[in-house]
Design a protein around this ligand. Structure first.
Ligand SMILES: [Zn+2]
Length: 417
């Protein structure tokens, strides 16, 4: 393959979760537990015979099958395998191979706990449609096929579905389906910047505006900008949920009566709280998903190939940044960025980052320290929450937009042609 072809293709993987219809839950559980036990068997063999690990996974699979199942020749001669799968029901071929690979994976990763992912190989499932899947399950006596409808987000038609994982959580069963998207343009940032004339830079304030995107030309001039809103609506929903948690916390202290009644109230509260935390999480997922999608659409409209965001992973310190003072359920910047990264990649757009160094406190026009204020107030050095700014040289405007321009300019200085 020529270099030219190589860079035209690539894949990004996205994981979708769908919930299986509540049907024969005991069989799902039984099958999952059997899987863990079978993985455990191969895991122990590998631990005993660790010199086997020098071989490739492919050879290792065959060696383990010989050691635990035997070969036709061995059967003909009446020879027993070294580590037979005794005490197990008959294990179908693909179930066994999946378990062997899971065991190899656990040993190679040197995983301490035995919590293997249950990957469903073809043969463990069939008829995987957009809304149902047939699973081969062990019902305690024998293997049976069961059809499961499932609910969740629709699978995108352009994606290829890879082997799903069966996930059991308390009373629910889920399929986690890796989806492979073809990426048409996998050039690196550096390669792209040789030809790109415009970039998109984004900042993530925490008010009604959740993101600001600016399109900059290669010399750092702003061509376009867009504000992405929804912070107020989200904050309203979030407050209601936070209030629910507060009330629950209070009532826990008030629960009177006998020990059992207290314990019962405690249990009920914990269940309710768990539901509230889930709702908070879902609320954040919703906005992170929606805002990142809108930013991406803006970039697609503008034919942008490089998106620049502040790199918050390494250098943000919430203790010092009073204006970002927040809790885990509030500021969305990081989750919007991670959503944006995989969505953009699937569209051939790369998301890169710059250190958030002096991006919020300097004027993007002249570099002087800015003072923030809100409409009707006067500007001050410590006006952290201010949405507007003034610089000593007379520049002014929206703080978040100024931040986005600084992010973009900071990136462009690396790639000056
Ligand atoms: Zn200025």
């Amino acid at each position: 393959m020529s270099d030219e072809n190589k860079r035209q293709t690539g894949h990004s993987i996205l994981r979708y979760r769908v919930r299986l219809y509540d049907r024969h839950f005991a069989w799902l559980k039984e099958t999952r537990e059997l899987y863990t036990k079978v993985v455990g068997h191969f895991f122990q063999v590998l631990k005993k015979e660790s010199e086997l690990l020098e071989q490739s996974d492919f050879l290792l699979l065959r060696v383990l099958e010989t050691k635990c199942i035997g070969t036709k020749e061995m059967k003909a001669k009446g020879q027993l395998p070294e580590f037979p799968l005794t005490g197990f029901p008959k294990i179908p071929l693909y179930f066994r191979r999946s378990a062997i690979n899971a065991a190899i994976d656990l040993v190679r990763k040197d995983a301490g706990s035995m919590e293997p992912n249950m990957v469903l190989y073809k043969g463990m499932y069939q008829n995987f449609t957009d809304h149902t899947i047939d699973l081969k399950l062990f019902n305690g006596e024998k293997w049976v096929w069961v059809t499961y409808p499932f609910t969740g987000r629709e699978f995108p038609t352009e994606a290829i579905r890879l082997s799903p994982l069966l996930v059991i959580e308390k009373k629910n069963a889920w399929l986690e389906v890796p989806l492979s998207f073809e990426v048409t343009d996998v050039r690196t940032v550096k390669e792209r910047m040789k030809t790109e004339e415009r970039i998109c830079a984004v900042s993530f304030p925490d008010n009604d505006v959740l993101a600001v995107a600016v399109i900059l030309s290669e010399d750092g001039k702003e061509e376009q900008h867009r504000f992405f809103r929804g912070g107020k609506a989200r904050e309203h929903r979030r407050r209601i949920l936070m209030e629910r948690l507060r009330v629950s916390e209070e009532s826990r202290g008030l629960a009177a009566g006998k020990a059992e009644q207290k314990a019962e109230a405690q249990f009920r509260n914990e269940k309710e709280d768990a539901a509230t935390y889930r709702a908070l999480r879902d609320l954040n997922h919703h906005y992170a998903h929606s805002i990142s999608r809108q930013i991406l659409n803006f970039c697609l409209e503008q034919n942008i190939k490089v998106i620049v965001v502040p790199n918050y992973e390494t250098s943000i310190d919430f203790r010092d940044k009073k204006y970002l003072k927040t809790d885990a359920y509030r500021w969305l910047g990081r989750s919007i960025i991670s959503n944006l990264k995989y969505k953009a990649f699937g569209q051939g757009i790369v998301v890169t980052s710059v250190r958030p160094y002096h991006i919020t406190d300097c004027c993007s026009e002249c570099g002087a320290k800015i003072r923030r204020y809100n409409e009707g107030h006067s500007a001050g050095q410590n006006y952290y929450g201010g949405k507007l700014f003034l610089c000593p040289n007379g520049h002014s405007g929206n703080v978040a937009r100024n931040t986005a321009i600084n992010v973009g300019k900071s990136f462009l200085t690396y790639y000056q042609k």
